[in-house]
Design a protein around this ligand. Structure first.
Ligand SMILES: Nc1ncnc2c1ncn2[C@@H]1O[C@H](COP(=O)(O)OP(=O)(O)OP(=O)(O)O)[C@@H](O)[C@H]1O
Length: 668
């Protein structure tokens, strides 16, 4: 059973410079009966897209159901209301130095544009056109050396206030694998929502978001087990907990199959329709995905060659003598033009696009109701009224965001952040086998050696896990200081994880488990040295994890640490280390830690050990110290020596790790 539908399509008129696109009715034959094989009277079977429908023809096709990621905005009524935010940029230029005496490279070249609340905007362009750079500038991740003006609701952007309004979803999600969907969202809610909102309200916000984004089936599933689409939804859900009015997404569809891509963009459009300003970079979308965007901001070599409604794109190009071939995807066509595949049109388009924008731009508006207006007065591209009617604005127009933020501080207190992150880390640790698969400790003389190995092994898992955790934490750092410091959340995290608690608990258990003497001084010495050693080990892990990705960290960590371990005196006694390698033992913090721990256990005149065997070589502990070449070691200088590398490490690596974290975030 075939039925004829009449649809409105755009007609291109290349002789009509910058006038409204013309619409025309086209008949499309749709099989309502899926089993029907009939072509009816249609000899010309074709797929309809923005280009191919430019002439009257009979199109025969089966009805296509668009699967959608479940999204029900009515479930989100508990979210805090936020202001509508429009962002405008004028003459934006960004250059980077190419090195000593090599001059500067201009990445963004004097571009202007705007993104409006209530709309879904795509930033497109060929590889290297400057999409990510523009997005990072708009989101406030790049601000140094940026020339030009960025206005938020017609006022100069205040970076700190803006960061509280905007969220940035990176191309690759950084989810803690050991947390469930619900736990990950709860952590996000606790960190991002102010303490004035009660715990039960936060819980209800989280369950509302889970319902709204259709994550209820996997709410108790660990994030490591989620599908690509679910991971993307969770990343979006984590950002939604404080209802940001501006959402930036870098390549949100990368890694998703075509059906999930479609669903992802449909979800983003639904979020935009509630009044949010949603912007994403996207690489060559299919025609079907492309037509979901309201606006396109097209970049070529750092310049803008088109900005305006997606449906007007072909009309604009046509007015410049660039006719899209029939059945060709308009997104591909404009990308090919930007890549100069059809000749040198970029300069012409840059000029024409700015004229086009001036001519057709109606107005920008602060409010959601007004912002749903489109640039071009054209009945064919009015927003879908049914869609608008269904969407309930989650914005609050009464909030004035033009005033710079006066109060400093974070949604939750320092202590609260510490507690949330500590709980999260604890959960991850107890669920992560890699963290606690240490060699078993045994009683007797060999217990000391095992114990040392246990302590030193701590640094390896931390290197692996840090990268993931730091990346995730960075998504909560919505309040980086202007001078480039990382957030207090990060500092708190570092404090929480690196400081005393875990090594203290760990060493206390291990000391008694390995039947060491019940003497307070020994035990305290042992604790202090273990904590100091753990600090240095964790600092190394943190630096390596922050500076590189997991694969590189796995390789680099042993390269740095194994020489320290080899020349610590544990595997080779100092006497047997060749002279030309002995310097390595002097810079090995593990050596000082090892000596200190040995002295704590076997020094201080410890009485003879029990011997249950026929022959025990080290009944007298001092014999053992002599054998290990540690009989002349002074504990105070040893602790001082451990402390020295700690101070040096923190002094050298702390700024480095912050820079590398900031850089890696920007690059992402
Ligand atoms: N810090 C930098 N130093 C030198 N060049 C840079 C720097 N950042 C970006 N670039 C260059 O600027 C250009 C634009 O980079 P950007 O990452 O914004 O492109 P893109 O359009 O997002 O590309 P892709 O789609 O491939 O991710 C590229 O040629 C890139 O090499």
């Amino acid at each position: 059973m075939a039925e004829l539908l009449s649809v409105q399509v755009l007609m291109q008129d290349s002789h009509n410079d910058c006038t409204e696109p013309i619409t025309q009715h086209v008949k499309i034959a749709v099989d309502s009966d899926q089993n029907s094989k009939t072509n009816g009277n249609c000899s010309n079977v074709a797929k309809c897209d923005l280009t191919s429908c430019a002439q009257e023809k009979c199109v025969h096709m089966s009805p296509r159901r668009t699967p959608t990621w479940p999204y029900d905005s009515h479930n989100l009524s508990s979210l805090p209301k936020r202001p509508a935010v429009n962002v405008e940029w004028k003459k934006l230029t960004y250059s980077v130095s190419e090195g000593y005496k090599r001059g500067h490279k201009t990445i963004i070249n004097g571009i202007s544009g705007e993104i409006v609340s209530g709309e879904l905007t795509a930033i497109m362009g060929p590889s290297g056109a400057g999409k990510s750079t523009l997005m990072n500038i708009l989101a406030g991740y790049i601000w140094k050396k940026v020339k030009g003006d960025i206005l938020v609701n017609h006022h100069q952007r205040d970076l700190r206030s803006f960061r509280r309004l905007a969220s940035y979803i990176m191309q690759y999600d950084f989810l803690l694998p050991q947390l469930t969907v619900e736990e990950a969202l709860m952590v996000a809610a606790n960190l991002k929502i102010t303490t004035s909102v009660s715990a039960s309200q936060k819980k209800s916000i989280v369950s509302d978001i889970i319902l709204a984004l259709g994550l209820h089936d996997c709410a108790k599933t660990r994030t490591s087990c989620l599908s690509g689409g679910q991971r993307k939804r969770l990343s979006i859900a984590q950002e939604l907990v404080n209802n940001p009015p501006v959402i930036f997404l870098d390549e949100p569809t990368s890694g998703l199959d075509s059906s999930n891509c479609q669903q992802c963009i449909t979800l983003l459009k639904a979020l935009a329709r509630e009044g949010r300003n949603v912007v994403c970079t996207i690489h060559q979308p299919s025609a079907r995905i492309f037509e979901n965007f309201d606006k396109l901001y097209m970049l070529a070599e750092g310049q803008c060659i088109y900005q305006g409604p997606v449906p007007s794109l072909l009309y604009f190009l046509s007015s410049q003598g660039l006719e899209c071939p029939t059945y060709h995807n308009p997104a591909d066509f404009v990308t090919e033009i930007a890549s100069r595949e059809y000749g040198d049109h970029i300069d012409k388009l840059v000029l024409a696009s700015s004229k086009f924008k001036k001519k057709h731009c109606i107005q920008n508006s602060n409010s959601f109701s007004d912002s749903n207006r489109y640039f071009v007065k054209n009945p064919a591209i009015k927003p879908n009224e049914e869609e608008s009617a269904q969407s309930e604005s989650l914005l609050n127009d009464k909030v004035d965001i033009s005033q710079p933020l006066r109060e400093r501080g974070y949604p939750t207190s320092y202590f609260n952040q510490f507690w949330i992150l500590l709980k999260r880390t604890f959960l991850s640790i107890i669920r992560e086998p890699m963290y606690h698969h240490h060699p078993k400790c045994a009683n007797g003389q060999s217990s000391m050696e095992n114990l040392n190995v246990c302590g030193l092994m701590d640094m390896f898992p931390s290197q692996l896990v840090k990268e993931v955790e730091l990346s995730e934490d960075d998504s909560y750092s919505d309040e980086d200081d202007d001078d480039g410091d990382t957030s207090a959340t990060m500092d708190i995290y570092v404090l929480g994880l690196l400081l005393i608690l875990f090594p203290l608990l760990y060493s206390s258990i291990v000391y008694w488990m390995t039947s060491q003497p019940s003497e307070a001084v020994r035990f305290l010495n042992f604790l202090v040295i273990s904590i100091l050693t753990s600090l240095v080990s964790q600092a190394f892990g943190l630096v390596i994890g922050a500076a590189c990705n997991v694969q590189t960290a796995v390789f680099l960590a042993p390269v740095f640490v194994i020489p320290f371990l080899l020349f610590s005196g544990f595997f080779i006694t100092f006497k047997t280390i060749p002279d030309y390698l002995r310097w390595l033992s002097y810079i090995s913090y593990i050596r000082y830690a090892f000596e200190g721990l040995m002295l704590s256990i076997y020094g201080f005149g410890r009485p003879e050990l029990e011997c249950e065997e026929v022959f025990c070589p080290f009944v007298d502990p001092s014999d053992f110290l002599k054998f290990m070449d540690m009989n002349k070691v002074d504990l105070c200088s040893g602790i001082g020596s451990v402390n020295l590398p700690i101070q040096t490490t923190i002094w050298i690596f702390s700024p480095l790790s912050k820079i590398s974290i900031t850089n890696s975030t920007i690059q992402r």
